[in-house]
Design a protein around this ligand. Structure first.
Ligand code: BGC
Length: 725
């Protein structure tokens, strides 16, 4: 292993210098004591071969790790944070990024409960997700599987996901740990980041998942500061196990433990890996593997092997999987009407209405139709049907698809309106002439475009696939009321067409899942008052973002290609703020609700105690509440809706961003109603990561408090400071 010199703090290296690092064993903290005690008692009765068996996973029969005589069932897993991957009769939920766009903890929780219910019904013990990598680059191929560009938002969403799935007794797996923020070269790039950047950005949401009790963590393919993530004593050992006191088990991404790294992986904290992947490769773990030889010659200790098994078996107890867990059968029908309705609701509440020139619900009146929406039944990379979400290992085969056209037809039937659908994406001249037939005073032309994406590649640009940007312009050239429905995996470019006077509305739909058409119609007809927020910035130009993947490194490399996170703390809105770059639509953008909200009466109440300046990363005080902020929100418009006030803090710490998100809430308000919203700020929220002291340190001076409807629509400001010991 080589360690990038520039970024790793010297203090941590000292503990590694004396020899092979060995990760601390689980100690039962944070509510795991009972489960760990039971696991130890069971594992004490296992043979060495049985223990080794538990360190590998697959979904075949007989089940790897199962020990009949002890009643231990082993674990089955499933991919897909959008639902259960590759199984029939599974619901296709809106993509994770849409969940984040709701900025609604309750919806995020209910989405996860439903996924957990479906996993449990099929006897799946471990459901992969949430993904909490950050959108460091706007075109990252798997951005749709994650929760946007801000660590606080990603952490909140990740925690809700963990709690929701695990409420059903199903283990969730937070991933991809850590620095797997692009797809290009994911197996041979090293994400090089400083200690402060790691703690304040990339590790932050993983900490929230651990705090929420996540049962497992998946380490990623890439390197971190020159060492493979799955063999890295710094990120796995020091950060995850020592600082966050993670009690669950670590699984390597499939094939991520490279030949020769098995011992380092086990000692750094990996507990289990999938059986040989690719199948021709030598088994990293399990009986007869490199791990079993290493335990025999003591380069991995027996204690470490026991700890690996304790962690896995204690999670099985902790989630209650020792009691009446359903038999594994992925064909069990886990669909339900409730889930369909929930998918529709999350979908509608995740659509960001970026533009609405007419300031009313879009299709409240009869209308004519436009271009683009095709029939259903197509895969993720199709220009037909719905865009449900990106492709790759998270893709769920939908049980059905309510396309936009289906839903529009249904509305037309109920409301005596007329739909004219033109289904072709390529001939812009014909599109324009078709659109001219919709250019009537009472008509609206809908243009449905999309941008495909998926695991394994980053997008080359932020324009729509299949010439969609040109489609928009063709239709807008002929139709005075053109509504754009844009499905995407993340940021996209609106600059060539967004300001066109005939583009009267833009709906950022993301990937809506199986109920896409219904969710869209709910917003188009004003049944749902749009309340979603952008979980990332839409720039005017792709070059405005601080970091883009170098797509030319796609060829396999045998040594690490460095990806230096030179922008440090300044990703997304933090970068735009710092460099005074005007975005097309800013992070947190409120979309255009059909009503208006007034903010008033900000109150800032910092703790008056004399506070210790620095606390260790592993201290419980990291989550102590140090300040309470309240503000009144009034619905000043004519109809009910939900507002999502956002709290940003401008820290006085050296090198801190102008402001960072530290709170949000969903506030449902009838027309004219008012509510007081309260935010609690923890020590971590108000501290900077202090590399020298290896802890969270409160800075001296004024903390600026900003409350607003987006990162650039600040409505109330205040400040506070603390008395430090
Ligand atoms: C992905 C993981 C996934 C695994 C198994 C890998 O390529 O990175 O997220 O769980 O495949 O499908």
């Amino acid at each position: 292993m080589h360690i990038a010199s520039l970024l790793v703090p010297a203090i941590a290296l000292a503990s590694l210098a004396s020899g092979q690092y060995v990760v601390p064993a689980a100690d039962g903290s944070d509510g795991w004591a009972d489960a760990l005690g039971k696991a130890k008692a069971l594992v004490a009765q296992m043979t060495q071969e049985e223990k080794l068996n538990i360190t590998q996973q697959n979904n075949d029969f007989p089940r790897v790790g199962e020990i009949d005589r002890l009643g231990y069932t082993g674990l089955f897993y499933a991919d897909g944070a959008e639902g259960i991957r590759g199984a029939s009769y599974s619901s296709a939920f809106p993509q994770a990024l849409n969940g984040a766009a709701t900025w609604d903890r309750n919806l995020l929780y209910r989405r996860a409960v439903a996924i957990g219910q479906e996993a449990r019904a099929k006897g799946i013990n471990v459901q992969f997700g949430p993904g909490v990598n950050l959108m460091r680059t706007p075109n990252a191929g798997r951005g749709f599987e994650y929760n946007g560009a801000d660590p606080y938002l990603a952490g909140q969403a990740g925690a809700q996901h963990v709690q929701g799935v695990q409420s059903q007794g199903v283990m969730s797996t937070v991933r991809h740990y850590i620095g797997n923020d692009q797809e290009t070269g994911r197996r041979w790039t090293s994400s090089n980041m400083g200690d402060r950047t790691a703690h304040e950005l990339y590790l932050w949401p993983f900490q929230d998942a651990v705090k929420a009790g996540v049962a497992s963590t998946m380490c990623s393919y890439n390197g971190l500061n020159g060492t493979y993530s799955c063999a890295d004593p710094m990120s796995l050992g020091k950060w995850l196990h020592e600082e966050l006191k993670f009690q669950g088990w670590v699984l390597s991404d499939f094939g991520a433990i490279t030949f020769g790294e098995e011992i380092d992986a086990a000692n750094a904290g990996v507990d289990t890996t999938r059986v040989a992947d690719p199948p021709s490769a030598p088994f990293p773990f399990g009986p007869g593997s490199a791990l079993s030889a290493a335990v025999a010659n003591n380069s991995v200790s027996q204690d470490r092997l026991d700890d690996m098994v304790h962690r896995i078996v204690s999670a099985w107890y902790k989630l209650g999987q020792d009691q009446d867990y359903p038999a594994y059968n992925t064909s069990v029908n886990s669909l339900s009407k409730e889930h369909n309705e929930l998918i529709r609701e999350i979908g509608a509440k995740s659509i960001v209405l970026l533009k609405n020139s007419n300031s009313v619900d879009l299709l409240g009146a009869p209308f004519g139709g436009g271009a683009g929406a095709g029939p259903g039944g197509f895969g993720p990379d199709s220009d037909q049907g719905n865009f449900l979400g990106g492709s790759g290992s998270s893709y769920v085969i939908p049980p059905y698809q309510v396309t936009l056209l289906d839903a529009l037809n249904q509305q037309a039937r109920e409301q005596n309106t007329q739909v004219f659908a033109y289904l072709d994406n390529f001939n812009h001249t014909v599109q324009a002439s078709q659109a001219s037939t919709g250019n009537l005073a009472w008509a609206t032309c809908l243009v449905d475009v999309r941008q495909t994406c998926g695991e394994g590649y980053d997008r080359a640009n932020l324009t729509a696939s299949w010439g969609g940007d040109q489609t928009i312009l063709s239709v807008a050239s002929q139709c005075a009321n053109t509504v754009v429905i844009y499905s995407a995996c993340g940021p996209f470019n609106t600059t060539t067409w967004g300001d066109h006077p005939n583009v009267t509305a833009i709906l950022n739909a993301g990937g809506l899942g199986q109920e896409a058409g219904n969710s869209l119609v709910d917003v188009l007809y004003g049944v749902v008052n749009p309340s979603a927020r952008l979980p990332y910035t839409l720039a005017q130009d792709i070059s405005d973002y601080p970091a883009l993947p170098d797509l030319t490194i796609e060829t396999l490399n045998t040594s690490f290609v460095d990806i230096d996170y030179n922008e440090g703390l300044f990703i997304d809105y933090r970068w735009f703020d710092k460099n005074d770059i005007a975005p097309a639509f800013e992070f947190g953008f409120a979309g255009l609700s059909y009503t208006t909200y007034k903010y008033s009466n900000l109150s800032v109440q910092p703790s008056t105690a004399t506070l210790q300046k620095t606390v260790a990363a592993s201290s419980d005080e990291v989550f102590d509440c140090l300040a309470i902020i309240t503000v009144d929100i009034t619905n000043s418009g004519q109809i009910g809706g939900s507002e999502i006030p956002q709290l940003y803090i401008g820290s006085p710490a050296d090198g801190a961003p102008i402001k960072v998100l530290r709170g949000f809430d969903t506030v449902g308000l009838d027309a004219g109603a008012k509510k007081t919203v309260e935010f609690q700020l923890t020590r971590r929220d108000l501290s900077f990561w202090d590399t020298y002291n290896e802890g969270w340190t409160l800075p001296e001076g004024d903390h600026q408090v900003y409350i607003g409807a987006s990162s650039r629509d600040i409505r109330e400001t205040g400040k506070m400071k603390f008395t430090l010991a």
